[in-house]
Write a new protein. Structure first.
Length: 863
């Protein structure tokens, strides 16, 4: 009660005049007075409940309602409120009786000067009594709470004397060590410890007693009633008697057995997770199967904490150690067992034979005590310190086994075993990954339809031949092949191409044949005579070949061909130029209606046309004759628009739109592709920003960057100038071909990192048609792979092509790359790509290239 707050006084008085005298006397208290006067039982009970007085002052003698009655009512309803009698008629004996019944004091009305001090004393006594009651209640609550905590605690709470004899124990000990508290009272607790820990306690205890110290977090091993070992973490303080003499210790012991086991388990899990984490890098780094298996074993030892690791495979009836790493003594012993022939019963464990034979994992948590293991193996394991092993078959069906050797007994619980299962799955995936990678790299140099070298391989193989002497380059295509393909189906057409390729190989006895694209093939062989003679000989061979039928799907079919021939180095010093000139001769053969035509001076006249083309292109750049068309890209699953590819078009003032194939090579050769490329990126950026603002806030536009542009020293700086101001909402992506990136891998990595810093996604265009190094691909900072349209065209017709596309998508996703399919023209292709989990579709089926106005009207404004 605040000293400045009003003192609430309840007056039990039938005389208003006497009440006024009492209130006047209370003014000496120098504090505000709030009062209420009652004169009967009902009024008193109501005032006690509603007014809530701080003190009751009552007359003793009132007509029909005495002071004794008032005291009884106050004691019943508000026993903590001080009650004083203020009366003129109370006698000494009555006053003593009233005090004994609970009245705080009494004051005679003829001596009201005593009233203020009596009230002060009564209020002070009430406050002291209330405080004492609160303390006593808190103490009782605390004692009850402590008793409840101790008895309900899962930890062992104990007291002992100086000789470790138990004088108190809570009930938790029964759950912890299997003993009831009464069984421990009076007995030495140390007798239940393991001998080594008991000796340690007895060694340290005298020092603790002498210094009156306790201890914290002391881990001691105890023997449970059932014989098992429990680890208790003990914290204790000295215990003294009333004189301050040390009489023992009081402590709390927590059972940390399971926690320690869990910590060990977590360490094992962390190590195995470390192995799995490192395995991804191993897969990307490994160049072949042998390197992969060696690195897996190394990671298992270095990251997994195993004493040794090995991978074994079956060869000629014996289990051969393909790779191993770890303790030399362990490896020598493993090698001994691995070199031995298979046991008839397949029980050998150290070699992993047992796991491989049965096709199931063999986990031996305590190897040296495992009754299923032959004694000889257990004995050898003890010698080299092997305490536990895990043998896990790799693959389904199993082609090998991973053996892990630990130097201590292992838990190998379900979660650890699940991680080990995942580990061998990753190894199996990695081996398959490498096999597919090797296959993919093979296909990068070979046609998926005929198996012949492709254009890339042709150009590479031609170079050393050109250094050795003149070389005939003959481009051959099958006449009316598209008609055969359309009328008989692509499967029939592909089979014909394979047969045709085989026959061309017969003609290239001292050279080689290659499959360039579709129905176009090329032969290269040393020239032993003049160009005219070689041309006549080749034409005769082709004529003879045309007389023989091809047997395709049981049907005989005859084909005729056209041939264009160039001679290196007379008509070109590299494969690209020789192929182009031979193609020009092939085109001329078609125009003239002859089978074979040779490149010559009359075709060089086309150079004048080329000069005119270059002049027109320079004018086109100056007079803004170029324009961009945009081919949409759609999400494979939802068919929602996600982006577009910007395609360069030239609207010639006389001839109208010019085919890109007619002018883009000229842009490349003249170097005009550099300023045109800058214009393309600027135009695409402006359009993309506008479309994002008005229609599609996440739309991205991809631009193609040529090799010539990449070689410019200021390429990245120009991109930065253009794109950096829009870094927060940068919508431009970049597409480059494999061959561009592989020209200078380190330089390419620098450029790609710079482009990605500018917010560009980077895509590898025409993937699968050029040189593909998966080792470099994993390192290159790229985001997307675009599968070339030549593969998509054969997707539903050629199982070989479908397998290749499947591998490309799988490998891309394993490298966290997105996949775009180009040239999708049939719904069946789209359905198959969706099943193969291709991410994005692009092609005439989903959207043809449109100029900006048409694209906006047809694809954006309708949204």
């Amino acid at each position: 009660m605040d000293a400045l707050s009003p003192l609430k006084v309840l007056l039990v008085e039938d005389s208003p005049a006497d009440a006024e005298l009492v209130l006047r006397a209370l003014r000496e208290l120098a504090r505000p007075i709030e009062h209420r006067r009652v004169a009967n039982k009902a009024g008193l009970e109501a005032a006690l409940a509603e007014f809530l007085p701080d003190i009751v002052l009552s007359d003793f003698s009132m007509p029909g309602f005495g002071g004794s009655d008032a005291l009884q009512i106050a004691q019943l309803h508000a026993p903590s409120i001080p009650f004083l009698f203020v009366s003129g008629t109370i006698g000494e004996e009555v006053a003593i009786e009233a005090l004994q019944r609970g009245a705080a004091d009494y004051v005679l009305k003829d001596n009201l000067r005593r009233l203020p001090s009596a009230v002060d004393r009564a209020l002070g006594s009430a406050r002291e009594r209330e405080a004492r009651q609160r303390v006593e209640l808190a103490l009782r609550d605390s004692e009850e709470r402590f008793r409840t905590i101790v008895e309900s605690s899962q930890d062992w709470i104990w007291e002992s004397d100086l000789d470790t004899r138990t004088v108190y124990s809570n009930g938790a000990i029964e759950n912890i060590l299997g003993y009831r508290p009464e069984e421990l009272i009076g007995n030495r607790g140390a007798d239940l410890m393991l001998p080594e820990d008991r000796r340690e306690l007895e060694r340290r205890l005298p020092v603790l007693v002498a210094q009156a110290y306790g201890w914290q977090h002391w881990r001691l091993r105890w023997r449970h009633r059932d014989g098992s070992v429990r680890v208790l973490e003990s914290t204790a303080t000295p215990r003294h008697d009333v004189d301050g003499t040390l009489i023992g210790f009081r402590g709390v012991d927590q059972d940390v057995t399971e926690r320690l086991q869990q910590e060990i388990r977590i360490r094992h899990l962390v190590r195995i997770h470390g192995v799995l984490s490192s395995l991804g890098k191993v897969i990307l780094r490994a160049k072949n199967r042998a390197v992969l298996l060696h690195d897996v074993c190394t990671v298992a030892v270095e990251k997994g904490g195993f004493k040794a690791a090995s991978i074994a495979e079956v060869s000629d009836g014996a289990l051969v150690m393909a790779s191993a790493c770890g303790d030399p003594c362990v490896l020598a012993m493993i090698d001994t067992y691995s070199a031995a022939p298979f046991d008839d019963d397949g029980t050998a464990s150290l070699s992993g034979e047992r796991a491989l034979r049965r096709g199931e994992k063999v986990i031996l948590r305590d190897f040296t005590n495992a009754e299923s293991v032959p004694e000889r193996e257990r004995s050898d394991a003890r010698l080299v310190g092997i305490a536990a092993t895990a043998s896990l078959p790799i693959g389904n069906p199993a082609w090998g086994v991973l053996n892990l050797f630990a130097g201590e007994v292992q838990g190998f619980d379900e979660e650890e075993i699940a991680l080990l299962d995942r580990l061998v799955d990753e190894i199996d995936f990695a081996v398959d990954f490498i096999a597919k990678s090797e296959r993919l790299e093979y296909l990068a140099y070979h046609s998926p339809v005929t198996g012949l070298p492709n254009r890339t391989a042709f150009r590479e193989q031609l170079q050393p031949m050109l250094k050795a002497g003149p070389v005939v380059v003959a481009v051959v295509d099958i006449r009316r092949f598209s008609y055969i393909n359309d009328s008989r189906g692509r499967g029939f057409g592909d089979a014909l191409l394979r047969e045709f390729g085989l026959r061309l190989e017969e003609l290239a006895t001292d050279g080689f044949a290659a499959h360039l694209e579709a129905d176009a093939f090329v032969l290269a062989y040393p020239a032993h005579a003049s160009l005219e003679v070689e041309s006549e000989r080749f034409d005769a061979c082709v004529h003879e070949a045309e007389q023989r039928a091809y047997v395709v799907e049981g049907e005989e079919i005859y084909v005729t061909v056209r041939v264009g021939i160039s001679l290196g180095p007379l008509h070109g010093s590299d494969g690209e130029l020789l192929e182009r000139n031979a193609m020009a001769a092939l085109t001329e053969a078609g125009k003239r209606g002859v089978r074979t035509h040779t490149f010559g001076e009359h075709l060089r006249g086309l150079s004048a046309q080329r000069l005119e083309l270059e002049s027109d292109l320079r004018r086109a750049l100056e007079q803004n004759e170029f324009e961009l068309h945009y081919q949409p890209k759609f999400n494979t699953l939802s068919r929602r628009l996600v982006g577009a590819e910007a395609l360069l078009r030239w609207r010639h003032p006389r001839t109208g739109l010019v085919s890109p194939d007619s002018f883009i090579p000229a842009l490349e050769e003249t170097g005009l592709i550099v300023p045109v490329g800058r214009w393309v990126m600027k135009q695409a950026l402006e359009t993309a920003l506008r479309w994002r603002r008005d229609h599609h806030p996440t739309l991205r536009i991809a631009v193609n960057v040529s090799a010539r542009e990449l070689r410019q020293t200021d390429f990245l700086a120009n991109c930065r100038t253009l794109l950096e101001p829009h870094l927060a909402d940068q919508p431009i992506d970049v597409e480059l071909t494999e061959s561009q990136l592989m020209e200078n891998v380190e330089h390419s990595m620098h450029l790609l990192e710079g482009l990605r810093d500018l917010g560009c996604r980077v895509a590898i265009d025409d993937f699968g048609t050029g040189y593909s190094s998966l080792n470099y691909l994993a390192r290159l900072p790229v985001d997307d792979i675009k599968i070339d349209k030549s593969f998509i065209a054969l997707l539903t017709q050629s199982p070989e092509t479908m397998g290749l596309v499947t591998n490309i998508i799988t490998l891309a996703h394993s490298l966290s790359l997105s996949v775009v399919a180009e040239g999708v023209e049939e719904e069946e292709q789209a359905k198959l790509l969706r099943l193969l989990r291709c991410d994005t579709l692009q092609g005439y089926l989903v959207g043809m290239p449109l100029n900006a106005e048409a694209f906006e009207a047809q694809l954006l404004s309708v949204a």
